[in-house]
Design a protein around this ligand. Structure first.
Ligand code: ADP
Length: 770
């Protein structure tokens, strides 16, 4: 170890030089130039050390330097130009810096040299060999290393391990930190080990880099390969005329479809666009999809109508029991259609509660005409695009329901059932009803335009038939174009007949039960109707009949010759416990409680109404989910009773001191309409006079403040509902008397209809004088 005192100090930035090397240094900073010149003038000896922070222009002292540097000799000035001094330097030994003085124009330092040493000659030799091996391998990736020089080193038996590391490291170790570590390490073995570690690390990095580079290269190559293959494939298919084939095929399909000339022109134009596109591009598949639609919808194909009206009638009879008037109307409609050869009559719309056969009668019309039948459900359709399609610019656009159904039909003249047209909604996405208007209007529907198709399509040969539960919710303009055909509920007798003649045979067939294996009489069906269903139509009845068939099918599997008899007594074995108890109406006359009749979307029903009085201040409480109209008629009823107080011996002052609570039970069902007016008036009158109301009587009718009874709708449904409950006396508005004819004779004859012109008639017949 040698002490070096007050030697000039050259500060380097971003570089560390190893001992045992000669090198050139470029010096630019003024104080560094001064320092070098001073050294030259004083024998050339100098200490060179690297700054920790190379961005720092003026180092302050020892803390700004790496702790180790190199003791060197400046051998001469190589050049000096524009304040940049280039000097030749020979580095001698490594050194630890002990002191640095950067305060003057020349920097000075004290240092002591590092005593590099070989601890064990053998292990140093082994390490040396190892290092040479690493170098040899490293030379494969770093072309700066000369393999033959390495070989020469290997053959040299008298190597100085210390200067060997200095020379090699000076050339191949790049990172400052690694250089510093090797410079500072005094043990020769350890220095070689550090060098090896460094080399191995570099080789790993190089390998990883190579892997990455290869991957990048491969990806580029793969992309090019695919592109090349595709191009080649296209060239080949062009050569083979296949590309052409697709276009030719399309052109033939366009021709075969016999679409109108304008439409064909458009389709052909699209095909020309397609031929210029890459076959796999997304745009190409949009065009294909579009032209496929144009080719697939029917443009000319139609079925021939059955013109034999007798046959048509027979088919209608075959499918449905009763419905005389309706079948007659259908036959007339078909006759007009045949005579005019056109479909410009009104659109038939079957209206009625669920399960009365609206859908199935339309199916039957199609069968009678020999046309294809399709059904579009409009319930819940809110978006115009569902009817009229989305524009092609939308991703995944398809035509609307109408065009979709036409494709299904495959002919231009199907029977298209527009189911639940009253359940169509409307929102911000447009009004589907206006699109439907275009579909149904014979003036317009020969040029119906679907947003997707973009070309007009002729719907004029389609026989549109609609169904709805009620006409109230059918948009007015649509209603204008329709002929409403009402199907009201069935009587019990009718239901028994339908079950016997239609539902049972149909279900036996679908359950695979041979004829004659079920013995079931009308009284059993009656029990099914009374105890297992409560409806206007026969939908639940059909479900129950299917239930019986399932059980019978099971028995037949166990014993294939069995004949199963179903009776009212063993019915529960087939259908389980009864769903509805015998609802014999309270026969005891009650004060403040009466039976009204209502008509709802699902048919007629009875409606119990109660009134109770409390001491109070003349307030009125109405409960039971009543609509506004019903609330109004309750108030009218109270005012009416009040105006009749004297006549019926009620103390007028009582009204001021009494709160009236009117309740219509079965609160879950929303109720509205004015037809409960008479019933309300009756319960209030009964409550104030304490005259009980007869439970043998049901009533319906609107009232005025003057006590007139106004006519109501749905009498047939209401009468059937009353009849179902065993009520044989019904008070009806006088003006509704003519509707009694619509009620099936066998039922009408069992009910006593009491026509009322004023409320007095109602009170006379409903209130029991005590
Ligand atoms: P809707 O469309 O009115 O809700 P459906 O047409 O679905 O009712 O009828 C329900 C079931 O009842 C169908 O199987 C139908 O064939 C049957 N049906 C209804 N009315 C009759 C009838 N008059 N004669 C025979 N079967 C009927």
């Amino acid at each position: 170890m040698k002490k070096l005192t007050q030697l000039p100090l050259l500060a380097l930035r971003g570089n560390i030089i190893f001992p045992h090397n000669t090198t050139q240094l470029e010096i630019a900073r003024v104080k560094s130039v001064n320092t070098v010149k001073f050294a030259l003038e004083n024998g050339g000896k100098i200490i060179i050390v690297s700054q920790l922070d190379s961005a720092k222009d003026v180092p302050a002292g020892i803390d700004d330097f790496f702790p180790e540097g190199v003791y060197a000799e400046v051998t001469g000035i190589m050049s000096q130009k524009d304040d940049i001094l280039v000097v030749a330097v020979r580095t001698l030994e490594g050194c630890h810096i002990l002191r640095a003085d950067c305060s003057g124009e020349v920097y000075f330092a004290d240092a002591e040299t590092i005593d590099y040493y070989v601890a064990d000659a053998l292990s140093a030799k082994a390490m040396y060999q190892k290092t040479l091996e690493c170098l040899d391998r490293y030379a494969n990736i770093n072309k700066m290393l000369n393999k033959s020089a390495i070989k020469a080193l290997a053959e040299n038996s008298a190597v100085d391990y210390i200067s060997f590391v200095d020379v090699v490291a000076n050339d191949i170790v790049f990172r400052l930190k690694d250089r510093q570590e090797i410079l500072a390490e005094p043990s020769a073995e350890k220095r070689m080990e550090d060098l090896c570690v460094y080399l191995l690390g570099e080789m790993e990095i190089a390998k990883a880099e190579k892997r990455i580079a290869n991957r990048v290269k491969k990806q580029v190559e793969d992309g090019q390969k695919e592109y090349y293959l595709r191009e080649k494939m296209r060239a080949i298919s062009k050569e083979l005329g296949e590309d052409e084939n697709e276009m030719l095929e399309y052109r033939k399909r366009i021709e075969d479809s016999k679409m109108p000339a304008e439409t064909a022109k458009k389709a052909n134009k699209e095909i020309s666009r397609l031929s210029k596109m890459a076959p796999t591009s997304p745009d190409a598949s949009v065009i294909r999809n579009y032209v496929d639609w144009l080719c697939d919808i029917p443009w000319y194909k139609e079925t021939t109508d059955n013109t034999d009206l007798k046959l048509a009638r027979r088919i209608l009879d075959e499918d449905h029991y009763g419905l005389e008037k309706i079948k007659q109307r259908i036959i007339e409609y078909l006759a007009v259609m045949q005579l005019t050869g056109k479909l410009n009559g009104p659109i038939l719309c079957f209206v009625g509660p669920p399960g009365v056969g609206k859908t199935s009668i339309v199916k039957s019309i199609a069968r009678a005409l020999g046309r294809k039948y399709l059904r579009v459900s409009l319930g819940g359709v809110r978006d115009e695009a569902e009817i009229r399609g989305h524009r092609r610019t939308y991703v995944g656009a398809i035509p609307g329901k109408i065009i979709y159904m036409m494709k299904q039909a495959g002919v231009i003249n199907p029977v298209l059932l527009l189911d639940e047209i009253d359940k169509m909604g409307k929102d911000q996405r447009g009004d589907p009803a206006s699109a439907m208007l275009e579909v149904l209007d014979p003036q317009q529907n020969n040029t119906f335009t679907d947003h997707f198709l973009e070309v007009p399509y002729d719907l004029s040969k389609v026989l549109f038939v609609c169904t709805a539960n009620a006409t109230d919710d059918i948009p007015e303009p649509l209603l204008d174009r329709m002929e409403i055909i009402e199907l009201s509920g069935y009587t019990e007798q009718e239901k028994v007949a339908i079950a016997e003649k239609f539902l049972l045979p149909k279900n036996m067939k679908s359950h695979g039960i041979p004829e004659g294996r079920i013995v079931i009489g009308p009284e059993t069906f009656l029990k099914v109707i009374e105890r297992y269903t409560r409806e206007s139509g026969v939908r639940s009845l059909e479900r129950e009949v299917a239930g019986i068939c399932r059980k019978v099918a099971l028995k037949l599997v166990e014993d294939k010759d069995a004949v199963v008899t179903v009776t009212p007594e063993n019915l529960h074995e087939f259908l389980g416990v009864e769903k509805f108890k015998d609802e014999a109406v309270d026969t005891e006359p009650t004060v403040g409680s009466a039976t009204g009749l209502a008509w709802t979307r699902v048919g007629g029903t009875t409606l119990a109404i109660d009134a109770t009085l409390f001491p109070g201040k003349g307030e009125i409480l109405l409960t039971g989910k009543l609509g506004d109209v019903m609330k109004e008629s309750a108030r009218t009823a109270i005012s009416l009773v009040r105006s009749l107080a004297e006549k019926y011996g009620i103390d007028k002052e009582r009204f001021e001191k009494t709160d009236i609570h009117i309740h219509v039970p079965e609160g879950a069902i929303p109720k509205d309409g004015p037809s409960a007016g008479v019933t309300m008036a009756t319960v209030i009158m009964s409550a104030f006079t304490s005259m009980p109301v007869s439970r043998q009587v049901a009533m319906t009718g609107e009232i005025t403040l003057r006590g007139k009874v106004l006519p109501i709708g749905g009498l047939k449904e209401k009468a059937l509902a009353a009849y179902r409950l065993g009520i044989k006396k019904i008070i009806i508005p006088k003006d509704n008397l003519r509707d009694v004819d619509e009620i099936p004779q066998d039922i009408a004859s069992q009910i006593q209809f009491i026509p009322a012109k004023t409320i007095d008639t109602v009170f006379d017949n409903a209130l029991i004088k005590v």
